[in-house]
Design a protein around this ligand. Structure first.
Ligand SMILES: NC(=O)c1ccc[n+]([C@@H]2O[C@H](COP(=O)([O-])OP(=O)(O)OC[C@H]3O[C@@H](n4cnc5c(N)ncnc54)[C@H](O)[C@@H]3O)[C@@H](O)[C@H]2O)c1
Length: 371
């Protein structure tokens, strides 16, 4: 008995507490094999549409489909091209058409197997098709595991900007099989670590210290700490979402580093920086702004910068024109009346939202960053 206990891979379960829309998050290695059984537990669905992208479908689609079939589901599969361009109307309409063609009714279940692109697209399809189907998030990128699969934000991009169309639609279940991270390209994995560092800075000093203690070993998803890392990030996101589902207050802390991060993504040309890389640069900027505006202590600022560098995240100012960046910040979805509002750190583990900063300081802090 004791031996078998040690042979059971470490997995975690926690709940996003949203009353009658509460749902569990399962995290750990080897979980994809339990996808069918856990989906079956959700109730009456007999058919499911398994949505993935072509990379993930090739690597993990079969295992997911087999698990669902073994549990008695009739499984339809759809695989969109990999990448951000799939998060738009064309792929969304193709999914609606497939659903109509196969006569999916309201009892069907949508399963999103992939990174944030698949999760956002499939989630929005589930939110809107027949006025809403239940859906399951099975994230396979680090960013999707620690961030996008939890919280119910779904949506697509318009040619005019990212995430401009969307809906809050909570999943019925999140299942993060950390074994899938072994096939994730290294650059994608490292970029996901930016959101991980963010959680420490915005909410949990003890977690931040844990990250510092793990240090460079976190650069490798096989390094041993990844299950705990995913579990701790999900716990923070679940807590924040449980307290403020629709971002009327607290949830905005999750945007730390994102005001400048989004501007860098835009000015660099979408695709030049991965989302997490741009967020890391945005956090480096927010750390320096926090020192100037909120009295964020210098030693804590250095700890934040050192940790990001240890995790191979970019922190050096790219050579972009300030006026262009400033303009891009003004059109950020979260800005009000063109004035960017920042989430800034008071100390590690505590931030303040809605900070306005003078134009002079915004520019001076950017120019003062190491290039
Ligand atoms: N809904 C939210 O709350 C929320 C939060 C943050 C980000 N997002 C969105 O998430 C998206 C970014 O997500 P992402 O970084 O996961 O990008 P992504 O979905 O494009 O995945 C990144 C790349 O990794 C590949 N991939 C994913 N898992 C893999 C695996 N296990 N093995 C091999 N390859 C794998 C994908 O095919 C893709 O090429 C953006 O559209 C962003 O707007 C949403």
């Amino acid at each position: 008995m004791r031996l078998s206990y040690f042979l059971i891979p470490m997995s975690h379960k926690l709940t996003v507490d949203l009353g009658d829309r509460s749902y569990p998050i399962y995290m750990g290695p080897g979980l994809l094999g339990r996808l069918g059984e856990l989906c079956k537990g959700l109730g009456r669905a007999e058919t499911c549409l398994l949505i993935s992208d072509k990379n993930v479908d090739r690597l993990h689609g079969e295992a997911a489909a087999m698990s669902l079939e073994k549990a008695g589901f009739s499984v339809l599969r759809a695989a969109v091209p990999a990448g951000e361009t799939s998060k738009g109307h064309d792929q969304l309409c193709a999914l609606y058409e497939q659903a109509v063609e196969h006569r999916l009714d309201r009892s069907a279940l949508i399963v999103a197997l992939g990174g944030g692109v698949v999760g956002d697209l499939a989630g929005y399809m589930a939110a809107t098709y027949l006025r809403g189907l239940r859906f399951v998030q099975a994230p396979t990128s680090l960013l999707a595991m620690v961030d996008s699969s939890v919280g119910g934000k779904t949506g697509i991009n318009l040619p005019q900007g990212k995430n401009l169309v969307g809906a809050f639609h909570q999943p019925s279940l999140v299942l993060a099989d950390t074994d899938t991270l072994k096939t994730l390209p290294k650059r994608e994995y490292l970029s996901g670590l930016a959101e991980v560092v963010k959680y420490g800075i915005i909410r949990d000093a003890e977690f931040f210290q844990w990250l510092e203690n793990q240090g460079v070993s976190l650069r490798d998803p096989a390094g041993g700490g990844v299950e705990e890392l995913v579990a701790r990030c999900c716990a923070i996101k679940a807590e924040v979402v449980g307290l403020d589902e629709r971002e009327s207050g607290l949830r905005a802390i999750l945007n730390f580093g994102h005001t400048m991060g989004h501007a860098i993504e835009k000015v660099g040309g979408y695709g030049a920086w991965l989302h997490g890389e741009a967020v890391a640069l945005g956090m480096a900027y927010a750390v320096r702004l926090s020192q100037t505006v909120r009295g964020f202590p210098a030693d804590e600022a250095e700890r934040a910068m050192t940790l990001m560098q240890e995790l191979d995240l970019p922190v050096k100012r790219p050579a972009y024109d300030w006026p262009e960046l400033r303009k891009a910040m003004a059109v950020d979805k979260k800005s009000s009346s063109s004035i960017p509002r920042f989430v800034l750190a008071d100390r590690i583990g505590a931030v303040t939202v809605g900070c306005e900063v003078s134009e002079e300081k915004l520019e001076a802090v950017w120019n003062g960053m190491k290039s």
